[in-house]
Design a protein around this ligand. Structure first.
Ligand SMILES: Nc1ncnc2c1ncn2[C@@H]1O[C@H](COP(=O)(O)OP(=O)(O)O)[C@@H](O)[C@H]1O
Ligand SMILES: [Mg+2]
Length: 310
């Protein structure tokens, strides 16, 4: 398998489209801000030293707690809540804030291979080797990097499933081991590479990987205020009143017949486009059309693991 097939895409950041998609994410302010700090520090540990000296006049012991952390983040949560979008785009914000050039490697799902003995291990190792070979060429100046890499492993449960699962095929276990080795080797070599694993099933991820994560971010469906925020943004200037939008935000939440509301993607990829196409070309958008679309478009049923918790 050639190197290009190991990765679905290799993208150079910053780029305008990523910036736009990052900005369009609603309700993730806390995640975005924590992620920006965590990632900034992982790529440039000397930032903490600088901060400590400037605020405390010395290098305080607390900053040692950040030494030797694995540059691994896990994004976990229900489908359609922005995990993939944030993983693909936070590098854009990171690169602008820290004046870094960032290469984003999106691992291909084909990496699971055809199931032939040793194939998955070989492919996972080859992917890490390619990213590391690139990262080794990046040298810090005065303790700070001017370029870095992000390795995105989407749908990571298909690759990083717990080795404890009895029914697990020997070959899958080998793949998890290769992942762990890859991450450990990046940590050991202090390379400027952040690995992000996205999953709908956090519990299925191997405990050894979960333990290594510097941070695990949990994503959930939008609450009423967040749904209102999206509706206001996209239905602005249609003549729908704010009061009506509030009623619509409520109607996309939980009710007597279901204990879950709509996901972000239910709203942005199903409801809003349907509203437009139902009105176009004859009619203007009105509340009756919106209500009908909502009624005819039920929310995505939650993934079991997350349903149990809500
Ligand atoms: N927090 C959010 N704010 C606004 N839109 C969102 C958000 N999360 C998801 N979306 C919408 O849903 C689409 C799918 O999201 P995605 O990142 O693929 O979700 P996940 O990976 O969690 O299943 C996005 O392209 C975007 O339109
Ligand atoms: Mg996804």
């Amino acid at each position: 398998m050639s190197d290009t097939q190991l990765f679905e895409e290799i993208i150079e950041l910053p780029d305008t489209d990523s910036g736009r998609r990052y900005d369009a994410l609603v309700g993730l302010e806390d995640v975005k801000s924590r992620l920006a700090k965590e990632a900034g520090i992982l790529l440039n540990p000397s930032l903490l030293e600088d901060w400590s000296k400037s605020k405390h006049g010395r290098s305080i012991p607390l900053i040692k707690i950040f030494e030797d952390r694995h540059p691994l983040f896990i994004f976990a949560g229900d489908v359609g809540t922005g995990k993939t979008t944030l993983a693909e785009t936070f590098g854009d914000s990171l690169s602008r804030t820290n004046k870094l050039g960032i290469i984003l490697y999106r691992l291909s799902l084909n990496i699971r291979g055809s199931g032939a003995v040793g194939e998955m291990t070989r492919l996972v190792s080859a992917a890490f080797t390619e990213v590391k070979d690139y990262a080794k060429k990046l040298k810090p100046t005065n303790g700070k990097y001017s370029s870095a890499c992000i390795l995105l492993i989407d749908e990571a449960d298909s690759l990083a499933q717990s080795r404890e699962f009895d029914q697990m095929h020997h070959e899958d276990r080998a793949g998890v081991n290769a992942l762990i080795q890859g991450i450990d080797s990046i940590t050991k070599a202090h390379l400027p590479v952040i690995t992000v694993m996205c999953t709908n099933r956090l519990n299925a991820i191997d405990p050894a990987l979960r333990r290594r994560a510097a941070a695990t971010f949990e994503f959930s469906r939008p609450d009423e205020a967040q749904r209102l925020n999206i509706l206001q943004k996209y239905l602005a200037e249609t003549g729908i009143s704010n009061e009506e939008l509030q009623t619509l935000a409520k109607s996309t939440g939980t009710n007597e017949s279901r204990d879950y509301g709509y996901t972000y993607s239910d709203i942005t990829q199903k409801i809003l486009p349907s509203i437009l196409l139902k009105s176009y070309p004859e009619n203007a958008i009105d509340v009756a059309t919106i209500s009908e679309v909502i009624k005819n478009t039920p929310p995505t049923i939650p993934f079991n693991e997350y349903k149990e918790r809500t």
